[in-house]
Design a protein. Structure first.
Lengths: 525, 236
């Protein structure tokens, strides 16, 4: 344990030393303080206005967290997930002479800082907003820091480190825990439906003896209620059972045979986690869904030079389960259908002549939401072969992004055309709207390329995203004057045509400017 | 001594290693050879206790998963993964504590000097190149004075000077009576080191050579003789 404590301490100290030298750390620190102060003022006011500043409400809120989040935690332990092991742990900690049980506790300790911070916030909020006496709050801290920690650590060993139960059994247990959470949610919903959707009903449900008698989680809620609100028959009985369970689980954890058979699963998790971290560092996204099934396809290879990029992407998309379609496609379909429904039922409340503008606004809004998501083409810049292809940079950028325009076009058609037809909008306007949306999508894509060409990784992912959004929305924003000129000088059709033409030209200008990103790989490093 | 007995490893339905047994006696250098996908890394990771497997692994007569066995077992994985927020010196200090070894500061200094890392002591793991990480990984494994040392592709990423130094270190370990197992497919790198060679293919050991029995025969010839023969039989 000595070595692991050393590891933990040195990591924390070095991390702090490293971070305090970075200006971005202080920016985030200030933002967190400002955010915290804003939350304190807003929520404090909200609680006072709604007369929720009672210890009972606080107990109910903490109970809700316990009731609905704890089973998910236990479930992740049973599936040998939920502990943040990294490749360095696999290299240096697992093969060391440390007991595998201690390695599990070391994995758990890594999350301790965040848990402590959360508990501090809870204690502060409990005293300031909910007027819970200091002594009760201290008892709460004691309960959480001693009994709950012992219980949680014991469960980590008994579930994650379990070598007696088969993997299938542990997986079934994990799903059972999810089932229990779903059942509790359903029961809560039915209870609320019967008794009425009020805060008082929620509190009644969360403090009911039935909830307090749920093994482990319910007993913990009972103990929590005992220290916060004082004794009653149910919470005393629940607390007794909770202490008994914590003691029993502790003994079971000590006695359980654990030789480190979990290392293999922890190693797989560490590998996935490292990949997710690397991806996050690269483009700000994380994706644990890496072993997805691909279809077997046959392809006739066509194209030479830069067009080979397009054909390779085409092959990759053909292998994908949903081809060119993505979450954005699904959202487009759903939003389109919802729009039709709202229009047919008269709930849209937009006069006929302004319906096209409602669709235009919707298109811009969806673009704002999905605009920051990285797409397949960004991966091209990570591949050295792209830079080695003997072709012009502008052709490379075109072929690398071509299918993105096709995807934008499909999504725009699905979003706009059915809804527009049902709403009785002139087809020519719908065509221009699809054109505008696709061209605006291209502006967004090429503003990303131009940002990469100018900045590389100078400002990190966040800085780059912000600049990309600024460039994209400035260019898209300039479509408005073009639209207005067309509208006032000629008419609506000309307005849409002029804006579409402007956005297309803007996309091409950005494309030529951004093609510089395809000349040297060092721009991405 | 390192003993592997009837080691079998399955990944779901795929049999990666099938009933593999071999022994590297005390003070000898064993080489695990084989083409990509032969199962070498699976065997290595199983010996290191990182995988679930059927069969047994013994480190100087002790079951590999026991604390006593781990205390005398040094492991250099194929891909070094250092703690990103620990300095080189802190990595060595951690090893000192984890294995409870009494190593003087002078000894640590000497080890770092051998691998030209003395000026990198205060560098964080995240600031090192892959080659430097490999050197730290080797230093950490050597620090525990292992009785059994296992190295997975140890030369990859090292500069020529470090490769030369590592070869010398391995021969010194042998002289001190340490058992060494190296997994590699860089045959020329282990030509002057090996005592026993275990050739793996498709999850099986297909040949075992002892230096005394094959005199000065080239490792390349031995390896290709058996793997090409296997390939020919498979085609026939």
């Amino acid at each position: 344990m000595r070595s692991m404590t050393y590891l933990w301490k040195r990591t924390a100290v070095n991390l702090l030393k490293k971070n305090i030298k970075r200006p971005v750390f202080w920016v985030y620190a200030v933002l967190i303080v400002v955010y915290g102060a804003a939350m304190y003022l807003t929520f404090g006011e909200l609680i006072r206005e709604n007369h929720l500043e009672s210890p009972e409400f606080f107990a109910a809120a903490v109970s809700a967290f316990l009731l609905y989040l704890t089973p998910a935690g236990y479930s992740s332990y049973a599936r040998r997930k939920g502990l943040l092991f990294r490749n360095c742990d696999v290299h240096f900690v697992f093969p060391s002479p440390a007991s595998p049980k201690l390695c599990l506790l070391y994995g758990q300790i890594k999350t301790l800082a965040v848990s402590c911070l959360m508990e501090l916030v809870i204690v502060f909020v409990g005293i300031v907003w909910f007027h819970i006496p200091l002594l009760n709050m201290l008892l709460y801290v004691l309960l959480v820091s001693v009994v709950s920690t012992v219980m949680d650590s014991s469960l980590v060993i008994c579930l994650y480190g379990n070598e007696r139960l088969k993997e299938e059994t542990l997986n079934k247990l994990a799903y059972l825990l999810y089932g229990i959470t779903a059942l509790l949610l359903l029961l809560g919903f039915l209870y609320l439906r019967t008794k009425g959707f009020h805060v008082a009903t929620v509190m009644e449900y969360l403090s009911s003896p039935g909830i307090q008698m749920i093994p482990l989680i319910g007993w913990e809620i009972a103990a929590l209620r005992l220290v916060l609100l004082g004794p009653d028959a149910v919470n005393v009985a629940g607390t007794f059972l909770y202490l008994l369970a914590a003691g029993g689980l502790f003994l079971a954890a000590v006695k359980l045979k654990c030789t480190g058979r979990y290392y293999e699963d922890a190693m797989k998790f560490a590998d996935d986690y490292e990949q997710a971290l690397a991806q996050k560092k690269k483009d700000g996204t994380t994706n644990f869904w890496k072993n997805r099934k691909l279809r077997k396809v046959q392809v006739n290879w066509k194209g030479t030079g830069a067009s080979a990029i397009f054909h390779r992407q085409w092959l990759e998309y053909k292998k994908e389960r949903f081809f060119l379609f993505s979450t954005a496609t699904l959202v487009s379909v759903i939003v389109g259908v919802v729009f039709i429904y709202l229009d047919r039922t008269g709930q849209l409340g937009v006069p006929q002549e302004f319906k096209i503008y409602a669709l235009l606004g919707l298109t811009a809004y969806l673009m704002l939401i999905f605009g920051s998501l990285p797409t397949k083409w960004t991966k091209e810049l990570e591949n050295p072969y792209v830079f080695l292809i003997p072709d012009r940079a502008v052709k490379k950028i075109w072929y690398a992004t071509c299918l993105e325009h096709v995807k934008s076009l499909i999504n725009m058609i699905l979003l706009v055309v059915p809804a527009g037809i049902f709403m009785g909008i002139r087809p020519v306007l719908l065509i221009f709207l699809v054109w505008m949306g696709t061209a605006a999508g291209a502006v967004r894509i090429y503003s990303d390329t131009i940002t990469r060409a100018i900045l590389g990784s100078m400002l990190g992912n966040t800085g780059r995203s912000l600049l990309q959004m600024l460039i994209a929305w400035t260019f898209i924003g300039f479509a408005v004057p073009f639209f207005l000129i067309g509208l006032f000088l000629v008419g609506e059709t000309a307005a849409f045509l002029l804006a579409s033409l402007y956005l297309t030209v803007a996309a091409f200008v950005l494309m030529f400017g951004g093609s510089h990103a395809f000349t040297r790989m060092e721009l991405q490093e | 001594m390192l003993e592997v007995q009837n080691l079998t490893k399955r990944y779901n339905k795929t049999l990666a290693v099938d009933n593999v047994s071999f022994t590297v006696n005390t003070g000898r250098i064993g080489i695990l050879l084989g083409p990509n996908g032969a199962g070498k890394s699976t065997v290595i990771k199983s010996i290191a206790g990182l995988l679930k497997y059927e069969g047994g692994v013994g480190i100087d007569g002790l079951p590999a998963r026991t604390t006593e066995a781990k205390k005398i077992f040094g492991y250099v994985p194929e891909l070094p993964a250092l703690f990103p927020n620990l300095t080189v010196a802190e990595h060595l200090e951690y090893i000192r504590r984890a294995y409870d070894v009494s190593v003087s500061d002078e000894e640590v200094e000497k080890l770092l000097e051998r691998f030209e890392m003395e000026d990198k002591k205060e560098k964080l793991g995240s600031e090192l190149s892959k080659g430097m990480m490999q050197k730290v990984s080797i230093c950490c494994a050597l620090l525990i004075h292992p009785r059994v040392m296992m190295l997975d592709e140890p030369m990859v990423g090292l500069d020529p000077r470090a490769i030369k130094e590592l070869k010398e270190v391995i021969l010194e370990l042998k002289e001190q009576g340490t058992t060494v197992l190296i997994s590699t497919h860089m045959l020329e790198m282990v030509q002057e080191l090996w005592d026993d060679v275990f050739v793996m293919e498709k999850g099986h050991i297909i040949a075992v050579y002892h230096r005394e029995e094959v005199s000065d025969q080239n490792l390349d010839e031995l390896f290709f003789a058996v793997t090409e023969k296997e390939k020919g039989e498979a085609h026939a």
